[in-house]
Design a protein around this ligand. Structure first.
Ligand SMILES: Nc1ncnc2c1ncn2[C@@H]1O[C@H](COP(=O)(O)OP(=O)(O)OP(=O)(O)O)[C@@H](O)[C@H]1O
Ligand SMILES: [Mg+2]
Length: 369
Protein backbone atom coordinates (compact mmCIF):
# COMPACT_ATOMS: atom_id res chain seq x y z
CA UNK A 1 0.00 0.00 0.00
CA UNK A 2 1.04 3.58 -0.57
CA UNK A 3 0.13 7.16 0.01
CA UNK A 4 -1.04 9.31 -2.91
CA UNK A 5 -0.15 12.98 -3.14
CA UNK A 6 -1.69 15.35 -5.68
CA UNK A 7 0.20 18.62 -5.76
CA UNK A 8 -1.15 21.69 -7.61
CA UNK A 9 -2.81 19.57 -10.27
CA UNK A 10 -4.24 21.38 -13.27
CA UNK A 11 -5.93 19.79 -16.23
CA UNK A 12 -7.18 21.57 -19.32
CA UNK A 13 -8.70 20.29 -22.52
CA UNK A 14 -7.48 22.83 -25.06
CA UNK A 15 -7.95 26.16 -23.35
CA UNK A 16 -10.69 24.88 -21.09
CA UNK A 17 -9.56 24.34 -17.50
CA UNK A 18 -11.26 21.27 -16.00
CA UNK A 19 -9.33 20.65 -12.78
CA UNK A 20 -7.92 23.72 -11.08
CA UNK A 21 -4.99 23.65 -8.72
CA UNK A 22 -6.09 20.54 -6.89
CA UNK A 23 -4.18 19.49 -3.77
CA UNK A 24 -4.89 16.28 -1.93
CA UNK A 25 -2.93 13.97 0.35
CA UNK A 26 -4.30 10.46 0.68
CA UNK A 27 -2.51 8.68 3.49
CA UNK A 28 -1.36 5.11 3.34
CA UNK A 29 -4.39 2.95 4.13
CA UNK A 30 -6.84 5.82 3.88
CA UNK A 31 -10.17 5.68 2.07
CA UNK A 32 -10.97 9.03 0.48
CA UNK A 33 -14.31 9.69 -1.21
CA UNK A 34 -14.73 12.31 -3.96
CA UNK A 35 -18.16 13.84 -4.39
CA UNK A 36 -19.48 16.72 -6.46
CA UNK A 37 -21.98 17.56 -9.19
CA UNK A 38 -21.80 15.92 -12.60
CA UNK A 39 -18.97 17.36 -14.71
CA UNK A 40 -16.94 18.78 -11.79
CA UNK A 41 -13.85 16.70 -12.66
CA UNK A 42 -14.03 13.62 -10.43
CA UNK A 43 -13.41 11.03 -13.15
CA UNK A 44 -10.74 13.21 -14.73
CA UNK A 45 -8.93 13.34 -11.38
CA UNK A 46 -9.02 9.55 -10.98
CA UNK A 47 -7.88 9.04 -14.55
CA UNK A 48 -4.88 11.32 -13.96
CA UNK A 49 -3.90 9.25 -10.91
CA UNK A 50 -4.25 6.09 -12.99
CA UNK A 51 -2.14 7.60 -15.79
CA UNK A 52 -4.94 7.40 -18.36
CA UNK A 53 -5.01 11.17 -18.73
CA UNK A 54 -1.88 13.34 -18.72
CA UNK A 55 -1.73 16.24 -16.30
CA UNK A 56 -1.37 19.76 -17.67
CA UNK A 57 0.51 21.00 -14.61
CA UNK A 58 1.49 19.68 -11.20
CA UNK A 59 2.81 16.50 -9.63
CA UNK A 60 1.39 13.17 -8.59
CA UNK A 61 3.29 11.04 -6.12
CA UNK A 62 2.54 7.48 -5.11
CA UNK A 63 4.50 6.18 -2.15
CA UNK A 64 6.64 9.35 -2.26
CA UNK A 65 7.71 8.74 -5.87
CA UNK A 66 6.72 11.21 -8.55
CA UNK A 67 4.91 9.20 -11.20
CA UNK A 68 3.84 11.90 -13.67
CA UNK A 69 5.58 10.18 -16.56
CA UNK A 70 5.06 6.57 -15.52
CA UNK A 71 2.74 4.65 -17.90
CA UNK A 72 -0.47 3.24 -16.35
CA UNK A 73 0.69 -0.40 -16.22
CA UNK A 74 3.74 0.57 -14.14
CA UNK A 75 1.74 2.38 -11.46
CA UNK A 76 0.36 -0.74 -9.72
CA UNK A 77 -3.09 0.76 -9.50
CA UNK A 78 -6.38 -1.14 -9.69
CA UNK A 79 -9.30 0.82 -11.08
CA UNK A 80 -13.02 0.28 -11.50
CA UNK A 81 -14.21 2.55 -14.29
CA UNK A 82 -17.45 4.46 -14.43
CA UNK A 83 -18.07 2.80 -17.80
CA UNK A 84 -16.56 -0.51 -16.79
CA UNK A 85 -15.17 -2.53 -19.66
CA UNK A 86 -14.85 -6.28 -19.29
CA UNK A 87 -12.99 -8.53 -21.69
CA UNK A 88 -15.92 -9.87 -23.74
CA UNK A 89 -14.21 -13.05 -24.94
CA UNK A 90 -13.22 -14.12 -21.41
CA UNK A 91 -15.38 -15.80 -18.80
CA UNK A 92 -16.17 -14.08 -15.51
CA UNK A 93 -13.48 -16.22 -13.84
CA UNK A 94 -10.85 -15.21 -16.40
CA UNK A 95 -11.85 -11.56 -16.15
CA UNK A 96 -11.43 -11.58 -12.38
CA UNK A 97 -8.01 -13.23 -12.30
CA UNK A 98 -6.61 -11.53 -15.41
CA UNK A 99 -4.70 -8.74 -13.64
CA UNK A 100 -3.57 -11.03 -10.87
CA UNK A 101 -2.15 -13.55 -13.38
CA UNK A 102 -0.42 -10.83 -15.33
CA UNK A 103 1.31 -9.60 -12.20
CA UNK A 104 2.79 -13.10 -11.78
CA UNK A 105 0.83 -14.32 -8.73
CA UNK A 106 1.14 -18.04 -7.97
CA UNK A 107 -1.70 -20.51 -8.55
CA UNK A 108 -2.62 -20.85 -4.86
CA UNK A 109 -2.95 -17.07 -4.43
CA UNK A 110 -5.03 -16.79 -7.58
CA UNK A 111 -7.37 -19.55 -6.39
CA UNK A 112 -7.76 -18.02 -2.94
CA UNK A 113 -8.42 -14.52 -4.25
CA UNK A 114 -10.92 -15.79 -6.80
CA UNK A 115 -12.82 -17.64 -4.05
CA UNK A 116 -12.78 -14.61 -1.72
CA UNK A 117 -13.86 -12.14 -4.34
CA UNK A 118 -16.56 -14.25 -5.96
CA UNK A 119 -18.10 -15.02 -2.58
CA UNK A 120 -17.98 -11.44 -1.47
CA UNK A 121 -19.55 -10.19 -4.70
CA UNK A 122 -22.00 -13.12 -4.98
CA UNK A 123 -20.60 -14.16 -8.34
CA UNK A 124 -20.06 -17.89 -7.68
CA UNK A 125 -22.76 -19.08 -10.01
CA UNK A 126 -21.67 -16.89 -12.91
CA UNK A 127 -17.96 -17.73 -13.07
CA UNK A 128 -18.22 -19.64 -16.36
CA UNK A 129 -20.40 -17.12 -18.15
CA UNK A 130 -19.27 -14.47 -20.61
CA UNK A 131 -20.01 -10.80 -19.83
CA UNK A 132 -22.61 -10.63 -22.63
CA UNK A 133 -24.72 -13.14 -20.69
CA UNK A 134 -24.85 -11.06 -17.50
CA UNK A 135 -27.10 -8.24 -16.33
CA UNK A 136 -25.68 -4.72 -15.92
CA UNK A 137 -25.39 -5.10 -12.16
CA UNK A 138 -23.65 -8.47 -12.47
CA UNK A 139 -21.16 -7.01 -14.94
CA UNK A 140 -20.46 -4.18 -12.56
CA UNK A 141 -19.69 -6.69 -9.82
CA UNK A 142 -17.27 -8.52 -12.13
CA UNK A 143 -15.50 -5.21 -12.84
CA UNK A 144 -15.30 -4.65 -9.10
CA UNK A 145 -14.00 -8.20 -8.58
CA UNK A 146 -11.30 -7.70 -11.17
CA UNK A 147 -9.98 -4.69 -9.28
CA UNK A 148 -10.32 -6.14 -5.78
CA UNK A 149 -8.59 -9.39 -6.74
CA UNK A 150 -5.45 -7.43 -7.54
CA UNK A 151 -2.78 -6.69 -5.00
CA UNK A 152 -2.41 -3.03 -5.88
CA UNK A 153 -0.80 -0.09 -4.10
CA UNK A 154 -3.82 2.10 -4.75
CA UNK A 155 -7.44 1.32 -5.63
CA UNK A 156 -9.51 3.77 -7.65
CA UNK A 157 -13.28 3.38 -7.84
CA UNK A 158 -15.45 5.46 -10.16
CA UNK A 159 -19.08 5.03 -9.06
CA UNK A 160 -18.65 1.27 -8.83
CA UNK A 161 -22.11 0.55 -7.43
CA UNK A 162 -24.22 2.84 -9.61
CA UNK A 163 -25.97 0.02 -11.50
CA UNK A 164 -27.00 -2.06 -8.52
CA UNK A 165 -30.40 -2.22 -6.86
CA UNK A 166 -30.74 -0.76 -3.37
CA UNK A 167 -30.32 -4.03 -1.50
CA UNK A 168 -27.26 -5.21 -3.40
CA UNK A 169 -25.78 -1.75 -3.15
CA UNK A 170 -26.09 -1.85 0.61
CA UNK A 171 -24.53 -5.32 0.71
CA UNK A 172 -21.61 -4.23 -1.47
CA UNK A 173 -21.09 -1.08 0.56
CA UNK A 174 -20.74 -3.13 3.71
CA UNK A 175 -18.39 -5.56 1.95
CA UNK A 176 -16.19 -2.76 0.64
CA UNK A 177 -15.96 -1.28 4.14
CA UNK A 178 -15.07 -4.72 5.52
CA UNK A 179 -12.28 -5.49 3.04
CA UNK A 180 -10.98 -1.96 3.22
CA UNK A 181 -10.43 -2.41 6.93
CA UNK A 182 -9.13 -5.93 6.53
CA UNK A 183 -6.55 -5.09 3.86
CA UNK A 184 -5.99 -1.48 4.84
CA UNK A 185 -6.45 -0.39 1.24
CA UNK A 186 -5.45 3.03 0.04
CA UNK A 187 -8.42 4.08 -2.07
CA UNK A 188 -9.99 7.01 -3.87
CA UNK A 189 -13.69 6.41 -4.43
CA UNK A 190 -16.06 8.54 -6.51
CA UNK A 191 -19.76 8.42 -5.78
CA UNK A 192 -23.00 10.37 -6.09
CA UNK A 193 -24.45 8.47 -3.18
CA UNK A 194 -24.51 10.45 0.06
CA UNK A 195 -24.69 7.36 2.21
CA UNK A 196 -21.67 5.79 0.51
CA UNK A 197 -19.74 9.02 0.98
CA UNK A 198 -20.66 9.27 4.66
CA UNK A 199 -20.14 5.61 5.54
CA UNK A 200 -17.10 4.63 3.47
CA UNK A 201 -14.94 7.72 3.60
CA UNK A 202 -12.27 8.27 6.23
CA UNK A 203 -12.36 11.67 4.60
CA UNK A 204 -14.63 13.23 2.01
CA UNK A 205 -13.54 15.67 -0.70
CA UNK A 206 -16.29 17.92 -2.02
CA UNK A 207 -15.53 19.28 -5.51
CA UNK A 208 -17.27 21.92 -7.58
CA UNK A 209 -16.29 23.01 -11.05
CA UNK A 210 -12.75 21.58 -10.86
CA UNK A 211 -12.06 23.05 -7.42
CA UNK A 212 -11.89 21.37 -4.02
CA UNK A 213 -14.41 23.14 -1.80
CA UNK A 214 -13.74 21.18 1.39
CA UNK A 215 -11.85 18.14 2.65
CA UNK A 216 -12.81 16.64 5.99
CA UNK A 217 -14.18 13.69 7.88
CA UNK A 218 -17.80 12.93 6.97
CA UNK A 219 -18.97 14.44 10.26
CA UNK A 220 -16.88 17.61 9.77
CA UNK A 221 -18.46 18.12 6.40
CA UNK A 222 -21.93 17.43 7.74
CA UNK A 223 -21.66 19.60 10.84
CA UNK A 224 -19.17 22.28 9.76
CA UNK A 225 -19.56 22.89 6.01
CA UNK A 226 -17.33 25.75 4.87
CA UNK A 227 -19.95 27.31 2.62
CA UNK A 228 -23.54 27.02 1.44
CA UNK A 229 -22.54 24.86 -1.53
CA UNK A 230 -21.08 22.13 0.69
CA UNK A 231 -23.87 22.65 3.23
CA UNK A 232 -26.59 21.97 0.67
CA UNK A 233 -24.71 19.36 -1.40
CA UNK A 234 -24.08 17.02 1.54
CA UNK A 235 -27.12 15.83 3.44
CA UNK A 236 -30.51 14.83 2.15
CA UNK A 237 -32.94 16.52 2.17
CA UNK A 238 -30.70 19.55 1.72
CA UNK A 239 -30.05 22.04 4.51
CA UNK A 240 -32.63 24.83 4.74
CA UNK A 241 -31.16 28.29 4.22
CA UNK A 242 -33.26 31.19 5.38
CA UNK A 243 -32.31 34.83 4.94
CA UNK A 244 -32.58 36.73 8.22
CA UNK A 245 -32.17 40.39 9.11
CA UNK A 246 -29.85 41.23 11.94
CA UNK A 247 -31.63 43.54 14.39
CA UNK A 248 -29.51 44.22 17.44
CA UNK A 249 -28.58 40.73 18.66
CA UNK A 250 -31.50 39.02 16.99
CA UNK A 251 -31.89 37.21 13.69
CA UNK A 252 -35.28 38.11 12.33
CA UNK A 253 -37.55 36.51 9.72
CA UNK A 254 -41.31 35.95 9.61
CA UNK A 255 -42.53 36.45 13.19
CA UNK A 256 -39.39 34.81 14.64
CA UNK A 257 -36.56 36.49 16.51
CA UNK A 258 -33.63 34.14 17.17
CA UNK A 259 -31.16 35.25 19.85
CA UNK A 260 -27.91 35.09 17.85
CA UNK A 261 -25.68 34.83 20.91
CA UNK A 262 -27.19 31.43 21.71
CA UNK A 263 -25.99 29.94 18.43
CA UNK A 264 -22.86 27.85 18.91
CA UNK A 265 -19.53 29.49 18.07
CA UNK A 266 -20.98 32.79 17.02
CA UNK A 267 -18.70 35.77 17.21
CA UNK A 268 -21.15 38.57 17.96
CA UNK A 269 -18.60 41.22 17.15
CA UNK A 270 -18.02 40.13 13.55
CA UNK A 271 -21.71 39.28 13.14
CA UNK A 272 -22.65 42.85 13.94
CA UNK A 273 -20.98 43.95 10.68
CA UNK A 274 -23.75 42.20 8.71
CA UNK A 275 -27.21 43.46 7.81
CA UNK A 276 -28.43 40.04 6.80
CA UNK A 277 -27.18 36.46 7.20
CA UNK A 278 -28.29 33.06 5.97
CA UNK A 279 -29.51 30.80 8.75
CA UNK A 280 -28.78 27.13 7.99
CA UNK A 281 -30.89 24.43 9.61
CA UNK A 282 -30.71 20.79 8.58
CA UNK A 283 -34.09 19.08 8.20
CA UNK A 284 -32.78 16.41 10.61
CA UNK A 285 -32.36 18.93 13.41
CA UNK A 286 -35.99 20.00 13.64
CA UNK A 287 -38.12 18.28 16.23
CA UNK A 288 -41.85 18.24 16.75
CA UNK A 289 -42.09 20.54 19.81
CA UNK A 290 -44.79 18.31 21.25
CA UNK A 291 -42.12 15.59 21.57
CA UNK A 292 -38.93 17.49 22.30
CA UNK A 293 -37.53 17.44 25.81
CA UNK A 294 -37.13 20.90 27.29
CA UNK A 295 -33.69 22.41 26.98
CA UNK A 296 -32.26 25.88 27.46
CA UNK A 297 -31.01 26.15 23.98
CA UNK A 298 -34.12 25.14 22.04
CA UNK A 299 -35.70 27.71 19.78
CA UNK A 300 -39.34 27.18 18.95
CA UNK A 301 -40.86 28.03 15.58
CA UNK A 302 -44.51 28.21 16.48
CA UNK A 303 -47.51 28.32 14.18
CA UNK A 304 -45.90 26.44 11.30
CA UNK A 305 -48.40 25.38 8.70
CA UNK A 306 -47.66 21.91 7.34
CA UNK A 307 -48.04 21.96 3.55
CA UNK A 308 -47.18 18.32 2.91
CA UNK A 309 -46.26 15.16 4.83
CA UNK A 310 -44.25 12.38 3.18
CA UNK A 311 -44.19 9.18 5.18
CA UNK A 312 -40.97 7.22 4.67
CA UNK A 313 -41.45 4.54 7.30
CA UNK A 314 -39.36 5.47 10.31
CA UNK A 315 -39.07 9.09 9.19
CA UNK A 316 -41.49 11.53 7.78
CA UNK A 317 -40.54 14.61 5.85
CA UNK A 318 -42.72 17.64 6.16
CA UNK A 319 -42.81 20.65 3.90
CA UNK A 320 -43.61 24.13 5.16
CA UNK A 321 -42.61 27.75 4.65
CA UNK A 322 -39.85 29.61 6.49
CA UNK A 323 -38.82 33.13 5.53
CA UNK A 324 -41.07 32.86 2.49
CA UNK A 325 -39.21 29.83 1.10
CA UNK A 326 -39.98 26.13 1.04
CA UNK A 327 -38.39 24.38 4.01
CA UNK A 328 -38.19 20.75 5.07
CA UNK A 329 -38.03 18.96 8.39
CA UNK A 330 -37.46 15.30 9.06
CA UNK A 331 -39.43 14.05 12.03
CA UNK A 332 -39.55 10.54 13.41
CA UNK A 333 -42.51 8.22 13.53
CA UNK A 334 -43.65 9.38 16.96
CA UNK A 335 -44.83 12.62 15.42
CA UNK A 336 -48.40 12.55 14.16
CA UNK A 337 -48.43 15.80 12.21
CA UNK A 338 -50.90 16.03 9.37
CA UNK A 339 -51.15 18.13 6.26
CA UNK A 340 -52.69 21.58 6.83
CA UNK A 341 -52.18 21.36 10.60
CA UNK A 342 -50.44 24.13 12.52
CA UNK A 343 -47.59 22.86 14.68
CA UNK A 344 -44.49 24.01 16.52
CA UNK A 345 -41.03 22.88 15.50
CA UNK A 346 -38.03 23.15 17.79
CA UNK A 347 -34.38 23.33 16.94
CA UNK A 348 -31.32 23.15 19.17
CA UNK A 349 -29.46 26.42 18.54
CA UNK A 350 -26.16 24.55 18.94
CA UNK A 351 -27.02 22.92 15.61
CA UNK A 352 -27.81 26.09 13.68
CA UNK A 353 -25.22 27.49 11.26
CA UNK A 354 -24.83 30.98 9.87
CA UNK A 355 -23.52 31.93 6.43
CA UNK A 356 -22.46 35.21 4.88
CA UNK A 357 -25.20 36.35 2.48
CA UNK A 358 -22.76 37.66 -0.12
CA UNK A 359 -19.73 35.32 0.07
CA UNK A 360 -21.84 32.28 1.09
CA UNK A 361 -19.03 31.29 3.48
CA UNK A 362 -19.76 29.97 6.93
CA UNK A 363 -19.55 32.59 9.67
CA UNK A 364 -17.26 31.14 12.28
CA UNK A 365 -16.14 32.14 15.72
CA UNK A 366 -12.75 33.73 16.46
CA UNK A 367 -13.23 36.39 13.82
CA UNK A 368 -12.62 33.97 10.95
CA UNK A 369 -15.34 35.55 8.86
N1 LIG B 1 -11.70 14.46 -23.67
C1 LIG B 1 -12.36 15.55 -23.24
N2 LIG B 1 -12.36 16.70 -23.94
C2 LIG B 1 -12.98 17.81 -23.50
N3 LIG B 1 -13.65 17.88 -22.34
C3 LIG B 1 -13.71 16.77 -21.59
C4 LIG B 1 -13.07 15.55 -21.98
N4 LIG B 1 -13.29 14.63 -21.00
C5 LIG B 1 -14.04 15.26 -20.07
N5 LIG B 1 -14.30 16.53 -20.42
C6 LIG B 1 -15.05 17.53 -19.61
O1 LIG B 1 -14.41 17.65 -18.36
C7 LIG B 1 -15.37 17.90 -17.35
C8 LIG B 1 -15.16 16.95 -16.19
O2 LIG B 1 -15.49 15.64 -16.60
P1 LIG B 1 -15.46 14.42 -15.60
O3 LIG B 1 -15.77 13.19 -16.39
O4 LIG B 1 -14.20 14.43 -14.84
O5 LIG B 1 -16.67 14.78 -14.64
P2 LIG B 1 -17.27 13.97 -13.40
O6 LIG B 1 -17.11 14.83 -12.20
O7 LIG B 1 -16.68 12.61 -13.36
O8 LIG B 1 -18.83 13.91 -13.78
P3 LIG B 1 -19.91 12.70 -13.59
O9 LIG B 1 -20.37 12.77 -12.17
O10 LIG B 1 -20.99 13.07 -14.56
O11 LIG B 1 -19.25 11.41 -13.94
C9 LIG B 1 -16.73 17.80 -18.02
O12 LIG B 1 -17.23 19.08 -18.23
C10 LIG B 1 -16.45 17.08 -19.30
O13 LIG B 1 -17.36 17.46 -20.31
MG1 LIG C 1 -17.44 10.74 -13.70
Amino acid sequence: MSSVILRNINKSYGNLPIVKNLNLDVKDGEFVVLVGPSGCGKSTTLRMVAGLEDITQGDIQIGNKTINDLPPHKRNIAMVFQNYALYPHMSVRENIVFGLKKSGADAATIKQRLTDVSEMLKLNEYLDRKPADLSGGQRQRVAMGRALARDADVYLFDEPLSNLDAKLRHHMRTEIARIQHQYNMTAIYVTHDQIEAMTLGDRVVVMRDGIVEQVGTPMDIYLQPTNTFVATFIGSPAMNLIEAKLEGEELVFDQYRIPAAKIANVDMHSLSAHDTVLVGIRPDFFEDSALSSPSDNLFEFNDIQVDLVENLGFDKEILFKLGGEDAKARLDLRSHVKRQEHISLSVDLNRVLLFDTSTQGMLLNAGEV
